[in-house]
Design a protein around this ligand. Structure first.
Ligand code: SAM
Length: 212
């Protein structure tokens, strides 16, 4: 009887060994953060710097934003930060890129970072697609052609939920002149509150819509 029990015990121990030895799959947080750290400072297709990605991520998480639109994917650095935030808020990111090569690299980056399930990527001219997308959105990140910023804002203003934010990259330094008209218009709107965060240096304008 004792030998029988001993054998059962040994059997149970052996059965538990392979499971214990199995490596745990990394959490989404671990996977995305490892990807972003590994690629830090190496993005070379006009991508936002790490600090600006962090700002976008933190804005989305703090505002609990779920319907996110990005104009200008490039190879996907900012999209990954936004999608990581969307994973935390239960949202998703729609992102638009006109360049097929950059968009293809972005898709691969989304997969590697582990956030592809939170992204709907469009290969399209945003001039047309932004008008067609129904919305509503509660967070917009505008990082495509600077001379079109005001047009994007005009098209999206009616689709932006109250409490939502329209953000735009490169509002300080080199593109400041090209985006000045956009900034003047949005700052003059009584139902928007606008501030600029410096981040990595190029500046992100953050215009949040309040009750008119
Ligand atoms: C500054 S980069 C975006 C960087 C990206 N947000 C990131 O941080 O990884 C601007 C991108 O907008 C794209 N773009 C420019 N005009 C566009 C348009 N009309 N429609 C869609 N994409 C456009 C460019 O091809 C370029 O890849």
């Amino acid at each position: 009887m004792r030998t029988h029990r001993f054998l059962i015990l040994i059997g149970l121990l052996l059965l538990s060994l392979p499971a214990a030895a199995q490596p745990q799959a990394p959490s989404l947080d671990d996977r995305v953060s490892a990807f972003l750290e590994q690629h830090r400072g190496q993005w070379n297709a006009l991508n936002v710097p790490f600090e600006d990605g962090q700002i976008l991520h933190n804005l989305v998480v703090a505002g609990r934003f779920r319907n996110i639109l990005e104009i200008g994917t490039s190879t996907g650095h900012s999209t990954i930060w936004l999608a990581w935030a969307a994973a935390k808020t239960g949202g998703k990111v729609i992102t638009i890129e006109i360049d097929p090569g950059r968009r293809a690299l972005a898709l691969e980056n989304f997969r590697q970072a582990g956030v592809d399930a939170f992204i709907e990527s469009h290969l399209a001219n945003a001039h047309a697609l932004v008008k067609q997308l129904p919305g509503p959105f509660d967070f917009v990140f505008n990082d495509a052609d600077k001379e079109w910023y005001l047009n994007y804002f005009t098209a999206l203003d009616p689709k932006l939920a109250v409490g939502g934010c329209f953000t735009a990259h490169n509002t300080l330094r080199i593109y400041a002149k090209q985006v000045q008209e956009f900034l003047d218009v949005v700052r003059a709107k009584r139902n928007y509150q606008t501030r600029i965060e410096r981040g990595g240096g190029e500046g992100i304008s953050i215009s949040c819509k309040r009750t008119p």
